[in-house]
Design a protein around this ligand. Structure first.
Ligand SMILES: O=C(O)[C@H](O)COP(=O)(O)O
Length: 464
């Protein structure tokens, strides 16, 4: 949510953005300068890449129209599709685009990145970024942005509904009623009040869920690799085994990482209480599904809810079958499992917020060079160039993080007045932004060429 504040004496507006780390920067705000007792307003100049070519964006997976509108309002050309793209399709098409927007299905692999000769930035319009080869993107000078928490509430609410649905078996009853079967029963159906919820991963979703579960009268335990202050009366436990052995419901909220692959397998399922339930809305590879099928068939677990799978179809209407995942029909035949098609973050509210948040981050990077909020890149930003500085240009220089680079860059910039400069590094990648005064259009090209030939250069862009 954002609100607008009118500035007296000005038709411009200030956008007071949400608490998101990527939605508010100095570029979004007016600049104020104190002059005697009143404030004079210095308006930020809207920057654009000085390259002649128009920016082309590929927006996949039915990303919110809010994002598409925001991009078009910047004059970008947008190709929009409701579907994901396969690696082969991307390799064929990506070469013409400067930016791509994806959700969790489209994989940006090393092969795709090699074909992405013009790509400047990647937007993941979701929380997860495991679908992108982040290291190779950074090495190619491509920052990746995501939406770290805009769909947290939607996922947490889905989990609450799954806890009640599993506990009351109402999805099975509803399924029977659809088939004309009246089967009223209370055996094995429980209230959730007084039961223990074990949350694995106490980040934005896990902590939100903790609050909702306590409002339902549940006792909440959580396990996380870092120490986190519990909300309400929740309690952090030291080991996953403790959480598994004490919880009636176990819900997973961890990213897909080598350490979390098959985090819940035969041994962990055996540690869960007999009659407990497992819920996974995180990533498909976190649960060893054949082991889960065994635990359900043996009756050790009373039920499960799964929203994510190791392989997922790329578009609606595509089959969820044994070709996609070899155990698919075995899983589908178990009655006490709720299977949903990765809808955790699929609400109008979440998609709208994500659309606004990630499109803003991409526009800020493309037009202003800001990498604040990037997940694979040093975070660099500069205060805005103002309208009172018409011949200023902004240099955005992504380079290898090796000694001696700044000396070379400053030599190139030395004939000019460098108004401000900031650089930072992350692993092998470093990023420098500098605003330079009084640069003629002819000098812009020469500056770019001189920076392009520095040995550490990965990508140089000029904004004016
Ligand atoms: O990573 C996420 O935010 C969730 O898994 C949702 O992914 P989706 O946007 O592809 O539905």
């Amino acid at each position: 949510m954002s609100s607008a504040i009118s500035i007296p004496g000005s038709s411009a507006r200030v956008v007071a953005a949400s608490a998101s780390p990527t939605t508010t920067t100095i570029h979004d705000r007016m600049l104020f300068r104190k002059e005697s007792t009143s404030f004079a307003i210095r308006q930020p100049k809207v920057l654009h890449p000085v390259e002649n070519e128009d920016l082309k964006l590929l927006i996949l997976e039915n990303i919110s129209q809010e994002a598409v509108k925001a991009f078009r309002s910047q004059g970008f050309h947008v190709d929009h599709s409701t579907k994901a793209m396969s690696e082969d399709e991307l390799v064929q098409k990506i070469g013409q685009y400067h930016a791509i927007g994806i959700r969790s299905k489209t994989k940006i692999t090393e092969r795709v990145l090699k074909a992405a000769s013009k790509l400047l930035v990647i937007g993941c319009f979701c929380i997860g970024t495991n679908q992108v080869d982040l290291d190779n993107a950074a090495k190619a000078g491509i920052p990746v942005f995501n939406s770290p928490f805009s769909n947290s509430r939607s996922v947490a609410e889905l989990v609450m509904s799954e806890i009640v649905a599993l506990s009351r078996q109402y999805f099975e009853r509803a399924f029977e009623m659809r088939n004309g079967i009246w089967n009223k029963q209370s055996k094995g159906c429980w209230e959730v009040r007084g039961k223990t919820l074990g949350i694995v991963g106490y980040g934005h979703i896990g902590s939100q869920l903790s609050v909702l579960a306590e409002a339902f009268g549940m006792r909440v335990l959580f396990y996380d690799v870092v120490n986190i202050m519990p909300l309400g009366s929740a309690r952090q436990v030291d080991t996953l085994a403790t959480l598994l052995s004490e919880s009636d419901f176990v819900t997973l909220h961890v990213p897909e990482l080598p350490e979390t692959t098959n985090m819940i397998s035969t041994e962990e399922l055996a540690q869960m209480k007999k009659g407990a339930y497992l819920i996974n809305n995180a990533r498909g590879k976190v649960v060893d599904i054949p082991a889960l099928i065994d635990a359900l068939k043996s009756g050790h677990l009373a039920g499960a809810a799964l929203d994510v799978y190791p392989s997922e179809p790329g578009s609606n209407g595509s089959p969820f079958d044994d070709q996609l995942n070899p155990w698919s029909s075995a899983l589908r035949s178990i009655p006490n499992v709720i299977l949903t098609p990765h809808i955790g973050g699929s609400t109008e509210e979440a998609q709208r917020m994500i659309g606004e948040e990630v499109s803003s981050a991409l526009i800020r990077y493309l037009n202003n060079g800001s990498t604040v909020g990037a997940v694979n890149f040093p975070e660099v930003d500069l205060r805005a160039i103002t309208l009172e500085e018409p011949n200023h240009i902004r240099v955005c220089y992504v380079h290898k993080n090796i000694p001696g680079v700044l000396r070379q860059v400053n030599e190139v910039l030395s004939p000019y007045n460098v108004e401000k400069q900031y650089s930072d590094s992350k692993g092998e990648i470093a990023y420098l932004m500098a605003d330079i005064a009084d640069v003629s259009p002819r000098d812009v090209n020469s500056l770019r060429e001189q920076l392009n030939i520095t040995s550490a250069n990965i990508l140089t862009r000029m904004l004016a």
